[in-house]
Ligand binder design. Structure first.
Ligand code: PMP
Length: 437
């Protein structure tokens, strides 16, 4: 049954009121404002393993995991110690360090799809730079992205699709010049004809097609391998590059991410989140030949004062060293499978109209009876009301999910069997409330 009283959000509420005086909407990234769920955002004080504590002292089992980076959970011993050690040596030099070599070697030596990388400080920067490289290399301006894929907030990528087979030119943010948006063509996922038409209509004008490794920013839109292969073929035939944005899937589906999962080699890969072990790091990588076009070797300019930051590199090295150990991903995926299957069994038994989609250690609750959702427009917006109820019930039972039904959940290596069993019970009770009316 419904929990009678909501958790206390007194201190969080006060902090949020204060924050509204400092930041637009009281936050430094929009989704944190809890606009699509109940109540005021929770102000977090501390995290340890899979657990979070907010300003009111409420404790939660965390499935947001900072939106993906914390595959080892909060306050991981090795990551914390590596950062602590570096703190004594300096925070930033703006000069090369051995740490950058070490993190790069960890990545490149464990990834058959990359020969060279460049570190940046966020996913947005990684993708923005990858697009510039693709344009600089092909000497073409237009790019193709998919409706429902998020690639950060750079101008070229804040463009949405309208209706119809192929749309372009409509920005999804004020402040993006129309002329920029017109260079971005947006089509639906899993639509072979739309992409063929784009390449016919804009012959020799398309620099790149960009797709999220597995689209996971607007629900979890799992693509068929044949479709991803088709992207590889059609780009190659037309002299365009294929970019996998692996900001979420990189080091989440394994060291070689979605590229390995599909067994498709993209031309450029972008990373963020996990690569920095919880610190601000992004990267983009490609072949030696492609990367030779980046400054100072080539004519595509890209730079950063804090790029390759030593503290952030230390965190990344510590994290990736653990992920590189034998069996890490197999274990995490097995744990996730078991968790998801238990919930699915309950849903099936109760005949609730909700699906749990999953890949690797990512999961997504969709209030639908569709067995497959592969395109953004297949998600029913009204179903988010049910997510909203579930989210509140879960918080009241000490479970922290992302504050939007379009967001996926993550399981970390720090989630214990006890955490997961508690969560399953909380989920069962919460779904009972959602479907009680
Ligand atoms: N690409 C993808 C696939 C992402 O999921 C995100 C962030 N959720 C970004 C790019 C942007 O990364 P950041 O928020 O670090 O700028």
């Amino acid at each position: 049954a419904k929990v009678e009283k909501d958790i206390s959000r007194e201190k969080s509420g006060q902090l949020f009121e204060e924050a509204k005086g400092y930041f637009p909407g009281g936050v430094n990234s929009p989704v944190r404002a809890f606009k699509s769920v109940y109540g005021t955002p929770l102000f977090i004080e501390r995290g340890d393993k899979a657990h979070l504590w907010d300003a009111d002292g409420n404790e939660f089992i965390d499935y947001c995991c900072s939106w993906g980076p914390l595959i080892l959970g909060h306050n991981n011993d090795a990551v914390r110690e590596a950062v602590a050690e570096q703190l004594h040596k300096g925070l930033s030099f703006g000069a090369p360090t051995a740490l950058e070599n070490k993190l790069a070697s960890l990545i490149i030596n464990n990834n058959q799809y990359l020969e060279k990388i460049r570190f940046v400080s966020s996913g947005t920067e990684a993708v923005m730079s990858a697009i510039r490289l693709a344009r600089g290399y092909t000497k073409r301006d237009k790019i193709v992205k998919f409706e429902g894929c998020y690639h950060g907030h750079s101008d070229a990528l804040l463009v949405k699709a309208g209706s119809g087979l192929v749309t372009f030119g409509e920005t999804s943010s004020a402040g993006v010049p129309k002329a920029f948006a017109e260079e971005t063509i947006v089509i639906a996922l899993n639509d072979y004809e739309a992409l063929k038409q784009v390449f016919a209509d804009f012959k020799d004008q398309i620099a790149t097609v960009i797709i999220e490794g597995v689209p996971a920013n607007n629900g979890l839109l799992m693509q068929d391998r044949e479709y991803v292969q088709f992207l590889r073929e059609i780009t190659q035939e037309n002299g365009a590059l294929l970019i996998f944005d692996e900001v979420i899937t990189g080091f989440r589906l394994g060291f070689e991410g979605a590229a390995r999962y599909y067994d498709v080699k993209p031309d450029i890969i972008t990373y963020g989140k996990i690569i920095g072990g919880g610190m601000p790091v992004g990267a983009y990588g490609a072949s030696n030949e492609l990367m030779s076009h980046i400054s100072p070797d080539g004519g595509v300019y890209q730079a950063g004062t804090l790029s390759g930051n030593p503290v952030a590199m230390s965190a990344g090295i510590a994290a990736l060293s653990i992920l590189a150990q034998d069996g890490f991903y197999e274990n995490l995926e097995a744990v996730t499978q078991k968790f998801v299957q238990e919930i699915q069994a309950y849903i099936a038994q109760k005949e609730y109209r909700v699906k749990v989609f999953t890949i690797g250690s990512i999961f997504w609750f969709a209030f639908t009876d569709q067995d497959k959702i592969q395109r953004a427009d297949e998600i029913v917006h009204e179903s988010m009301e049910q997510y909203k109820v579930m989210h509140r019930e879960l918080l009241n039972r000490g479970i922290y999910f992302g504050p939007s039904g379009y967001e996926v959940g993550f399981i970390s290596a720090a989630h214990t069997e006890e955490d997961l069993s508690k969560t399953i019970i909380a989920l069962q009770e919460s779904l009972d409330v959602v479907f009680a009316s």
